[in-house]
Design a protein around this ligand. Structure first.
Ligand code: DOR
Length: 437
């Protein structure tokens, strides 16, 4: 089967390719990028006015399997990924059981191969049960395929234990991904500590709690030589700490999430618990700093922190509802609307933050569009206007504060190894199976 994608603007940030040309896909791989005649193909996809880019890479998703499959499964999570243009993801380990043994990791990776439409990579926990007290067997987990170590959702507070984790990570040359939150300062807050939290009677989550741990982990990385990846940076001073660490040569990378470069804590007044996320939505100054951090390269990658929860769970009171929001199906729209159409990033820079950059952070063999490689491709309409309707999400969960928001920019087609796994073109017959366990 030969598929020819014609008339699109083909962007591959890793090689600097950015021009109108054709992509020929044959036997699951990119056979040629250039002006191949349409007669050479069995199937032609017209990408006039569209961007043809490497399949997007999200290094921070929660697919909830095993343990919380009422929120999401590896299958439904990968449907949501496909709808967002993502062809590779890194799963977080806060499942039940946590991904803290080789057996659980192998099971997740095997389920990914069997049920996942996209390429599924996994992190593993730093401590057993994400409880912060006993280090996992990082060496065996790394050998079994863990691409990063993290207790995401929680911060490892014991400095002795953490020092040892960084030391082992340096030896294995694998990044530690850090969820930054000093639990002793954060306590029971739900929202950023400020005017909105006070108005809603919430104790609040201070920016300082995040910044203390960013500073601490930068020092651990500097001391041990390990690679450190800071997850979902949400504060202006956090961005600045990373900027300074990079300038003095610390091996630190960082990600920004679409909700953190788009929404302020005031969103909780409109969306209630749907705007409850950890780290929390902060102030306008912080939102601007995250966007600027992405612009100047302080933040390497855009990652969604796709965190599905049921609407019943989200309808609990503010102090009891879980933290998190789904993000895979709105990431492209938010990135183009907030960063590209405002002139903060070029389309090529935005695509780099969603492909080659996150792949490089985790050392994944994905995120490129070049002859000879797997045909993992997203086709994006940068001008398509649409309104977010959570009812149409392919994720099992609909917990988003973006419902009803008008966005410009959408994924229209996603391909993994040459197979179309999502097709939103006029009249397209989508190939995905129904949401079934
Ligand atoms: O909002 C969040 N939700 N932040 C996290 O760190 C964890 C995540 C989850 O697992 O729901």
């Amino acid at each position: 089967m030969k598929t020819l994608i014609v008339n699109g603007t083909v962007i591959d940030p890793a090689s600097g390719l950015n021009r109108r040309t054709n992509v020929l896909v044959e036997d699951g791989r990119v056979a040629q990028i250039g002006n191949t005649p349409s007669s050479a193909a069995d199937r032609v996809i017209d990408a006039e006015g569209l961007l043809v880019v490497p399949g997007l890479v999200d290094i921070h998703v929660h697919f909830r399997e095993p343990g919380f499959t009422h929120k999401e499964t590896i299958h439904t999570g990968s449907l949501a990924a496909a709808a967002g243009g993502f062809t590779a993801v890194v799963c977080m380990p806060n499942t039940r059981p946590a991904i803290d043994t080789v057996e659980t990791l192998a099971q997740v990776l095997e389920t990914g191969r069997r049920d996942g439409l996209v390429k599924l990579f996994s992190s593993a926990a730093i401590t057993y049960g994400i409880e912060g007290s006993r280090l996992t067997d990082m060496e065996s987990l790394h050998q079994a395929g863990a691409v990063t170590f993290t207790d995401d959702g929680k911060t490892v507070m014991d400095p002795h234990l953490l020092y040892e984790a960084f030391r082992r990570a340096a030896e294995l040359d694998v990044p530690i991904s850090s969820h930054c939150e000093d639990h002793r300062l954060v306590d029971r807050g739900a929202l950023n500590r400020g005017a909105t939290s006070r108005r809603l009677g919430d104790p609040g989550i201070p920016a300082l709690g995040e910044e203390l741990i960013i500073a601490r982990d930068i020092l651990f990385a500097e001391e041990t030589g390990a690679r450190l990846h800071i997850q979902h940076v949400s504060t202006a001073r956090g961005v600045q700490l990373i900027r300074e660490a990079k300038a003095r040569g610390v091996r630190v990378t960082a990600e920004g999430a679409p909700h953190h470069f788009t929404l302020t804590d005031e969103q909780a007044l409109i969306s209630g618990t749907l705007a409850k996320v950890n780290p929390p939505l902060r102030t306008a100054r912080d939102v601007e700093a995250v966007a600027q951090g992405l612009r100047d390269g302080t933040l390497d990658a855009i990652a969604t922190d796709h965190a599905p929860h049921t609407l019943e769970e989200k309808s609990l009171p503010l102090d009891r509802a879980p933290f998190g929001m789904v993000g895979l199906e709105t990431a492209v729209g938010l990135t183009f609307t907030r960063l590209v159409h405002t002139g903060l990033l070029t389309a090529e820079q935005a695509i780099a933050k969603l492909t080659s950059a996150p792949a490089a952070v985790m050392g994944l063999p994905v995120g490129r569009l070049a002859a000879g490689l797997d045909a993992d491709i997203a086709i994006i309409d940068p001008q398509k206007e649409w309104v977010v309707d959570p009812q149409t999400f392919l994720s099992r969960s609909r917990n988003t504060p973006f419902g009803g928001m008008r966005l410009t920019g959408k994924t229209v087609l996603t391909m993994v190894r040459g197979d179309i796994i999502y097709d939103d073109r006029e009249g397209a017959d989508n190939p995905w199976p129904a949401d079934a366990d």
